[in-house]
Design a binder for this molecule. Structure first.
Ligand SMILES: NC(=O)c1ccc[n+]([C@@H]2O[C@H](COP(=O)([O-])OP(=O)(O)OC[C@H]3O[C@@H](n4cnc5c(N)ncnc54)[C@H](O)[C@@H]3O)[C@@H](O)[C@H]2O)c1
Ligand SMILES: [Zn+2]
Ligand SMILES: [Zn+2]
Length: 366
């Protein structure tokens, strides 16, 4: 049933220009229109993509309302919304599928070419329109999204854990399981073991991969990756990761190598550290100015596939409830990703902690 409330003022975290310090501002949330939903945010993780937004690496459309890795409770639904009702506990997703584009029509909704967000914008009190990070904007007490961005899950799952499936952890798990199609006995290497890469390690373990080689330039991240299932670790600041991965795979290279950093240098490492006919999965997001140069003969001669992984090629309606089940059965350690719980006023510090490698995930709890 559709219902309405007056526009609501809440607190949200905004960045006004490239590399500016974030600030807590009063945000105006409009009444939900057709197909829209207002969600009371319970928790939202700090993802590296939020930092890319701050740095102007995603778009120039400042100001941004940051935060996109969230769980919460539906508070109000707009006209015509049937997917969710007030009171539903949901994880927010940034790929609400259209059901009609050529990908959806072929039953490949995870590749939907026409995903959507709320039609209306949230604003500052002076009317300035805010661009919500990945169409979510959940470093705020409430946010406005499209109904299809809400995926219902078991309310017993704590929000600071469930929310992580809304972006980085899903991207990493899916990079291994969905995009990389990792199977039992496959050798896997993951380059960059932050939140996304550690989740890729966890995904490889879930799929039964062996060995699972974690690569990072920070020993703390390598230690963390071992907790998520890495059987070996390589500090690529100290040794050549391509040689090390080959040495750990009988001289051949890994069946699947996942680049969870997203730089030309790490991509080349992934490219040459995989076995012939192996798979490279790029899940780290490159900056717009980055270029890749590879001998085309090597691209041809080594065979296999070079894939990129948007959101771990997930289908939220299929994957979120399934992964919450696995978490509740103790088969995925989602708690292990939560390094610290912070307030809305802790986000600038959380970016610093992310850059200095002190955390896997800082999670804002509201
Ligand atoms: N594809 C998607 O859908 C998706 C979703 C979420 C995040 N991402 C992207 O994934 C990437 C990782 O995100 P995150 O939240 O895990 O970030 P993070 O900051 O938590 O982790 C990055 C990790 O990479 C390591 N690293 C940096 N340079 C390296 C190098 N040269 N070699 C090896 N390791 C290196 C760091 O030490 C750190 O452990 C970002 O680019 C982010 O934007 C992509
Ligand atoms: Zn579609
Ligand atoms: Zn993210």
């Amino acid at each position: 049933m559709a219902n309405k409330v007056d526009s609501t003022e809440v607190r949200g975290v905004v960045v006004r220009g490239p590399n500016e310090t974030v600030s807590i501002e009063t945000i105006l949330i409009p009444d939900p229109g057709p197909g829209e939903v207002v969600v009371d945010v319970a928790a939202c993780g700090v993802c590296h993509t939020d930092l890319h937004y701050v740095q102007g690496g995603i778009s120039d459309d400042f100001p941004f309302l940051l935060g996109h890795e969230a769980a919460g409770t539906v508070s109000v639904v707009g006209p015509g919304v049937t997917e969710v009702s007030p009171g539903d506990y949901v994880i927010l997703n940034w790929r609400a599928v259209c059901g009609q584009c050529r990908a959806c029509a072929r039953g490949r909704q995870q590749y939907c070419f026409d995903t959507h967000n709320a039609t209306q914008s949230m604003t500052l009190t002076d009317g300035t329109q805010l661009n919500a990070a990945l169409g979510i904007g959940a470093f705020a007490e409430k946010t406005l999204v499209a109904a299809g961005q809400c995926t219902k899950v078991d309310p017993e799952a704590p929000p600071e854990v469930a929310g992580l499936l809304g972006c980085g952890v899903m991207a990493g798990l899916g990079a291994a399981i969905n995009t990389g199609s990792v199977e039992r006995g496959d050798s896997v290497a993951v380059i960059g073991c932050g939140g996304v890469g550690a989740a890729a390690v966890a995904g490889a373990q879930l799929a039964g991969a062996n060995p699972i080689i974690a690569v990072d330039i920070d020993d703390r991240k390598l230690e963390g990756a071992r907790r998520f299932g890495a059987t070996h670790s390589v500090n690529s600041g100290d040794e050549d990761p391509v040689e090390a991965i080959r040495a750990l795979t009988g001289g051949n290279g890994a069946d699947v190598v996942i680049d969870a950093v997203g730089m030309p240098a790490t991509y080349k490492q992934a490219f040459y550290a995989r076995d012939l006919a192996g798979t490279v999965v790029l899940v780290g997001v490159p900056r717009p100015d980055m270029q890749l140069e590879l001998p085309l003969l090597d691209v041809f001669g080594r065979g296999g596939s070079l894939k990129s992984s948007w959101y771990g090629d997930c289908l939220p309606s299929r994957d979120f409830p399934m992964l919450i089940d696995l978490y509740q059965q103790g088969r995925i350690d989602l708690d292990g990703f939560v390094s610290e719980r912070i307030g809305l006023d802790g986000i600038q510090d959380a970016f610093r902690a992310m850059e200095s490698g002190d955390v896997l995930r800082s999670v804002v709890v509201l």
